[in-house]
Design a protein around this ligand. Structure first.
Ligand SMILES: [Zn+2]
Length: 184
């Protein structure tokens, strides 16, 4: 029997914008999961733990605890907040080097970290990943080798987490109703 023509998700055939840096084999496997409507399920099975970091005060405490453990010598953070206006890919994962460079200088000047609001409801592991990513930017502006070394120092599973986060964002994008922003 042929599968139904209508896909359970929108955009299964479109570009996987969060996965542009990964090879075609990986992207094909992800497209397959999307077409089967199973991407969300795969992620839910793997990332079962939620987090309790519900507001900006809790987010500040959470971030400072990681910083104090791994980056004690870095400057004190003035502020860590959830930001509903942040575009995750551009500003959080920095696919665009130019943008991340600008953001990096801003971070350094203000010693402030902004976390896209989508992470408030994301699994605990993804919040940890993005906080580690932003903390690493306190010392390394670019997404270069020293930057990722610092990330894996704080989170040994960093690369897997970043890949799975990209899957999670892809899932949210495919599952949302047309026209909705990705942040809740
Ligand atoms: Zn970055």
């Amino acid at each position: 029997m042929r599968p139904p023509a209508a896909l359970p998700y929108r955009g299964a055939m479109t570009t996987l914008k969060y996965l542009g840096g990964y090879d075609e084999q990986v992207q094909a496997r992800v497209r397959e999961l999307i077409a089967q409507g199973r991407l969300g399920e795969v992620l839910r099975d793997k990332y079962t733990e939620a987090h309790a970091v519900r507001n900006d005060n809790a987010l500040y405490e959470y971030t400072v605890a990681i910083k104090d453990r791994y980056m004690r010598s870095a400057e004190r953070l003035n502020k860590v907040v959830y930001d509903g206006k942040l575009q995750v890919v551009r500003h959080a994962l920095g696919t665009h080097t130019t943008v991340s460079r600008v953001q990096g200088s801003k971070l350094k000047a203000s010693r402030e970290i902004r976390i896209a609001a989508v992470f408030r409801d994301a699994p605990a592991a993804f919040l940890r990943m993005i906080v580690v990513h932003e903390l690493a930017h306190l010392k390394q502006r670019e997404h270069d080798k020293p930057f990722y070394q610092l990330c894996t120092h704080m989170a040994p599973d960093y690369h897997q987490l970043e890949f799975d986060l990209r899957l999670y964002l892809t899932h949210l994008e495919c599952a949302r109703p047309a026209g909705d922003p990705i942040s809740p």
